[in-house]
Design a protein around this ligand. Structure first.
Ligand code: F6P
Length: 365
């Protein structure tokens, strides 16, 4: 009888997920005695009645490395430890179905699980591992905020999208003599904002790691305008906060939702700049999910393929509770606990930050 491996993609989607799936299936197919399954919509596929799992054959995954999204679907709600249930009074709560999850794996003769996901998903991987689940993690997030890996796939594609947006906004800002603000993703880490600001040439870059002073932002803009240039571009991460403020978010009332919903940082900044006396026209662009969808760039396809091949090798080694990681130039394995113990935040003493400052980009401090 063939050994059965289950793949799940969890959390927000990300360019490169399909390339990981394809790489696992291709690598596994050379072992002959493995059958690869996909759980639809993260672990929901296993937990639903009837279960929703599909076979991932080499034919099924052929050519998918260039496709965005994930062919097995994803969700950033619920999961084995917080399964949403509707109470009789119409309100929603969650229940722990982790034991049921493990029983279902056994019932399906699944001997290994590869969980491709970000911080929330890898926390679930770790909890399942502690309950005895034979699980391997593959890190994914456009935010690049997972520790223990130099990069996550999807990040570079998101930076390309954000940089393209800055490039376009620079020309329209110049034509209209305006300040144009681009809000990009980055919940706790400002990697996308910082990279796109350097690559695109923004004057101000506001990231979650550096609470900004509106006076400093005004100073930078005034300097720029007074130089006779007459326009400016700002990139702000969705998780950026002013010195005396909190993140901009709305409560997420979707049952089982793992995260608060961020958004509004750019509009708040406009409001603050106007209150501080800025007389130039300001417009905001929210890049949103454009950063997550679409075709992965070559770097992300390669990294995702490397992660997929390595993840299957960790299965063969039975290195449960480990996650694949990129430690340039190698693909290594690290305990999942290493990846989730702290967010990978922008190091304020790094050369990247020094480069931004050296280019005259104001970080609002
Ligand atoms: O975690 C990645 C991320 O892209 C965050 O930057 C963002 O806040 C979040 O996903 C949005 O997720 P969704 O809109 O799918 O709930």
């Amino acid at each position: 009888m063939k050994k059965r491996l289950l793949i799940a993609t969890g959390g927000g989607d990300c360019p490169g997920l399909n390339a990981v799936i394809r790489a696992i299936v291709k690598r596994a197919s050379s072992e002959h005695n493995w059958e690869i399954l996909g759980s639809i919509d993260a672990f929901d596929g296993i937990l639903r009645d009837p279960m929703h799992i599909i076979e991932l054959t080499p034919e099924k995954v052929a050519g998918i490395h260039v496709q965005g999204g994930t062919i097995i679907g994803t969700t950033n709600k619920g999961g084995p430890f917080a399964w949403p249930v509707k109470h009789s009074d119409g309100t929603w709560g969650t229940v722990d179905r982790s034991q049921d999850f493990l029983n279902r794996l056994q019932y399906q003769n699944i001997e290994a699980v590869i969980n491709i996901g970000g911080d929330g998903s890898q926390r679930i991987s770790q909890q399942l591992y502690e309950l005895g689940c034979p699980i391997i993690g593959v890190p994914k997030t456009i935010d690049n905020d997972l520790s223990a890996t130099d990069f996550t796939f999807g990040f570079q594609t998101a930076v390309d999208v954000a940089t393209d947006a800055v490039d376009k906004l620079v020309t329209t800002a110049a034509s209209h003599h305006r300040i144009l603000t681009l809000e990009v993703m980055g919940r706790y880490a400002g990697w996308i904002a910082l990279h796109a600001s350097i690559a695109g040439g923004a004057e101000v870059c506001l990231i979650p790691e550096i609470p900004y002073s509106i006076d400093k932002v005004m100073e930078a803009l005034t300097r720029r305008i007074d130089n006779g240039i007459g326009f400016a571009n700002i990139v702000i991460a969705e998780g950026a906060t002013p010195l005396d403020g909190d993140m901009c978010y709305s409560e997420n009332d979707e049952p089982g939702a793992m995260n608060i919903r961020l958004g509004g940082a750019a509009f708040r900044l406009t409001h603050q700049l106007k209150n501080a006396g800025c007389s130039i026209d300001i417009r905001e662009t929210i890049l949103g999910h454009l950063q997550r969808g679409g075709t992965p760039n070559a770097f992300d396809r390669i990294l995702a393929s490397q992660f997929g091949v390595k993840a299957f090798e960790l299965v063969l080694e039975q290195k449960w509770g480990h996650m694949v990681a990129y430690r340039h130039p190698n693909i290594e394995s690290v305990p999942i606990t290493e990846a989730i113990k702290a967010y990978n935040l922008v190091d304020l003493n790094s050369d990247l930050v020094k480069t931004a400052r050296g280019l005259g980009i104001s970080l609002g401090d």
